[in-house]
Design a protein around this ligand. Structure first.
Ligand SMILES: Cc1ncc(COP(=O)(O)O)c(C=O)c1O
Length: 459
């Protein structure tokens, strides 16, 4: 910026070439920058004035709609369907409780998540306990409370046998199966289908005095837009369960096909917006249920179908509001907009191109800007090249559809974490208050020998 004789500061104009995207049929998508001044009828600036900025906001209506879309697509085709909400995607208690009020079971992957589910009133039989690491005491609790524990390895199978023996009665276990479905393969988890490990695990369980095989599980990845993957998962799980029925004389009670269904977001690597590429939920349901219904006559008893959605039910129902703190020009001529959020609140922005809008009305010229966070680190980029009205400090940006994996992976880093509010019926209710100094520094201790230095810095 060059001072211009005491009048208005001079800002160098930015010349941009018209990009290819402006001339194709999706040009409107590319150009549009409608202002978002309110969410669910509540002004974004009133919300940030009241609860502080940044602020996570959750839409109850959207969460319920997203959940019902999955549940209805599947139960209409296969009534014995159970939806278990994947806690790790976003385990804010209010969000889990909302999904439970829709009939969801809990899918947990640690003793900590198991505890959240129990404190929310879920009973053991409505909890699926997944994950590669369960402590013996956590497994014991899950067995005693009747949860379904999905075994991940032969080491865990051995441990489960010992834990069950210590209880002295039969307990239910499921087997997590991995398959050659995608590249890179999700083969860190469970027992290989193709190498026969999964069948072998089931055989060992059948032989065990205190273990009983209840179900088969496969979770093949996340944001899976290839329906063929789900077709192969359900085909392989049904074939394996029929082999078990025939050769081991055991009927499995359920087939659990995991999560992985996409939301309307787009990956950085996708040219087109994600919602124009991802199949609708009805097609996932049709793919899975047609295979299952086609093989139903071979089962002595129809198994339950279990789904463990996370992203597809929670992503679109949560947004992040953040205030513009400054606007500056970068050396490459692009304008940089610096906001008071950061990648510590939005870690998944490393993979997803989140939509952003401003509460400012569209200006005659819009521009592609780079949106940086408030962390004192160059890597804190929330979005490169997003088209916004010409921004000014004080504008409020809405970063849309950030419900999956951001809050649970967010951290306090130089700033305490912001509040989370639930929008419902024209009101905003607290789901989590803003963190305080005590929330972060409270658990710390200073060894007595260092106290003097803490009190009096050495000069
Ligand atoms: C075992 C299991 N089930 C379900 C999910 C939820 O996946 P998504 O959010 O892709 O639906 C995950 C997430 O990684 C998982 O590990």
């Amino acid at each position: 910026m060059i001072k211009n004789k005491g009048t208005k500061p001079y800002v160098r104009p930015v010349i941009k070439k018209i990009s290819f995207g402006d001339t194709v049929k999706f040009k409107n998508e590319h150009m549009k920058t409608p202002a978002v001044k309110a969410l669910e009828g509540l002004s974004v600036s009133d919300l940030t004035d009241r609860f502080g900025s940044p602020l996570y906001v959750v839409s109850e209506g959207t969460l319920r709609r997203s959940f019902r879309e999955v549940a209805q697509a599947f139960t209409r085709r296969y009534p014995r369907t159970i939806i278990a909400y994947s806690y790790k995607t976003n385990y804010l208690s209010g969000i889990c409780a909302l999904f439970h009020s829709e009939g969801a079971w809990a899918e947990v992957v640690s003793g900590f998540e198991y505890e959240i589910a129990r404190r929310l009133g879920m009973d053991g039989p409505s909890i699926l306990f997944n994950g590669p690491y369960k402590k013996p005491e956590e497994m014991k609790r899950a067995f005693l409370e009747g949860a379904s524990v999905h075994l991940d390895s032969f080491d865990e199978l051995k441990m489960a046998g010992e834990v069950a023996a210590s209880i002295g009665r039969k307990v239910n276990v499921g087997v997590r199966v991995n398959m050659q479905l995608n590249y890179p393969a999700w083969d860190k988890f469970g027992f290989s289908y193709e190498r026969g490990e999964a069948f072998e695990a089931c055989r060992q369980i059948k032989k065990h005095r205190y273990l009983q095989l209840s179900g088969l599980h496969c979770h093949a990845g996340t944001y899976i837009i290839d329906l063929g993957i789900y077709r192969r998962v359900i085909e392989n799980l049904t074939d394996l369960s029929l082999d078990i029925q025939k050769e081991l004389g055991r009927e499995v009670e359920y087939l659990d096909i995991g999560g992985g269904y996409p939301s309307g977001n787009s990956l950085h690597t996708q040219l087109m917006p994600g919602y124009t590429i991802a199949p609708p939920m009805e097609q996932y349901a049709e793919t899975v249920c047609s295979v299952l219904n086609g093989k139903l006559r071979s089962f002595t008893k129809a198994p339950r179908l279990i789904l463990e959605p996370g992203r597809s039910v929670v992503d679109e129902g949560m947004h992040l509001l953040t205030k513009v703190v400054s606007v500056k020009e970068r050396q490459n001529g692009n304008r940089a907009v610096i906001v008071d959020a950061g990648i510590h609140l939005l870690p998944v922005s490393a993979y997803y191109r989140y939509e952003m809008s401003s509460n400012r009305d569209s200006t005659p010229t819009t521009e592609d800007v780079d949106v940086y966070g408030a962390l004192c680190m160059q890597i804190d980029v929330l979005r490169k090249s997003v088209r916004l009205p010409v921004a000014q400090a004080g504008d409020i940006l809405t970063i849309h559809k950030v419900g999956a994996y951001n809050f649970t992976q967010s951290m306090q880093f130089i700033y305490p974490r912001p509040a989370v509010v639930l929008l419902h019926d024209g009101r905003a209710e607290i789901l989590r208050r803003r963190e305080t100094y005590e929330d972060i520094k409270g658990p710390e201790a200073i060894p007595a020998r260092l106290l003097t230095y803490a009190a009096k810095p050495k000069r």
